[in-house]
Design a protein around this ligand. Structure first.
Ligand code: SF4
Ligand code: MG
Length: 315
């Protein structure tokens, strides 16, 4: 069992770099060793951008992501291979011209974690760990199903002995039956390896099964952060409540699905004050001018909403 995070991951992030599509502002998150933090929001809210910043793919223009006390990135370069990312599209991390066994071995060989002579056995072990027949190591990515490809991508990340995994919608492009298998695999690996994770999804139902705590993101800001149980039993932010209402309930049929009212504004030109005010049923004058800060609601739970402060009307 590899060591888990010796320190906490702390991110104080400013606006993202020039190549980033979405703006992410003033996010301050910590993930404890062995914990999985879910990050949930509608598409375009900036959660993938935040994931890429945490994984050392984008550099924040202000602030830093600290992993075990040191920046994941500095001077435009990623500083640790112990932070790895799994993408929604596994093709993004697999070279189509490389046999998957070579893809899995590439990083560990480059970092001297395994010797050339032991690489074959190492790859076989990694593939078995993610539930793939080691004989498949001579095949190419296009010869696998979507679910198998995602397993290969997970094996490739695990081969580097990561202590923090950033998973960006890892099951969103898979069939529902395959989704459950990949989520179960992740839960098993987490138990065996003591992984720490940031699990990104637009789907609260998916995150629920794999996360200890969850951060809800709206237009580049974290609007609520809470232990999973607390979030479900007593959601504090109107956006969280709307998200929970929009999750289809088992056995209640299609009629139970209620999409959230209103259009999602552009994250690059968000509404002033509370970004959620044009869609919020509780919005008052104060919400249109003053951005709410994250404040404590229940133990471990914070929310950015004036309802939990001094109200919505004293603009
Ligand atoms: Fe709604 Fe106002 Fe709370 Fe924003 S601050 S979520 S607009 S009540
Ligand atoms: Mg995304």
């Amino acid at each position: 069992r590899p060591a888990t995070l010796g320190d906490r991951l702390a991110g104080l992030l400013g606006r993202t770099g020039p190549r980033a599509v979405q703006a992410v502002t003033r996010v301050d998150l910590q993930v404890a060793p062995g914990e999985v933090l879910g990050l949930v929001g509608e598409s375009g809210c900036g959660k993938s951008t935040l994931g890429r910043i945490v994984a050392g793919i984008y550099e924040p223009s202000e602030g830093a992501v600290l992993f075990q006390g040191a920046p994941v990135m500095s001077g435009g370069r990623k500083r640790t291979f112990r932070v790895q990312m799994i993408h929604q599209d596994p093709f993004a991390s697999l070279d189509p011209r490389m046999r998957v066994g070579d893809t899995v071995a590439e990083g560990p060989l480059a970092h001297g974690l395994v010797k050339r002579a032991g690489a074959d056995a190492f790859v076989a072990d990694m593939l078995a760990r993610v539930g793939l027949d080691p004989a498949l190591r001579r095949r190419y990515p296009h010869q696998f199903s979507g679910g198998q490809r995602q397993r290969v991508a997970i094996a490739r990340a695990l081969a580097l002995g990561p202590e923090l995994l950033v998973l960006d919608e890892p099951v969103a492009s898979l069939d529902v039956s395959i989704q459950a298998q990949v989520l179960n695999l992740f839960s098993d690996l987490r138990r065996e390896l003591g992984l720490t994770g940031l699990f990104i999804s637009h789907d609260l139902g998916v995150v629920r099964h794999v996360s200890d705590r969850v951060a809800i993101m709206y237009l580049g800001r974290i609007v609520e952060l809470a232990p999973m149980r607390t979030l479900y039993s007593t959601p504090a932010h109107p956006y969280t409540r709307a998200l929970l209402d929009s999750v289809p309930k088992l056995g209640r049929g299609r009629g139970a699905f209620r999409p959230i009212a209103g259009e999602i504004p552009s994250p690059l030109n968000p509404p002033p004050g509370c970004h959620f005010h044009p869609r919020c049923p509780h919005a008052g004058p104060r919400c249109r001018v003053e951005a709410p800060k994250l404040i404590p609601v229940l133990p471990g739970q914070t929310a950015a909403c004036h309802l939990h402060d001094t109200g919505v009307s004293d603009a």
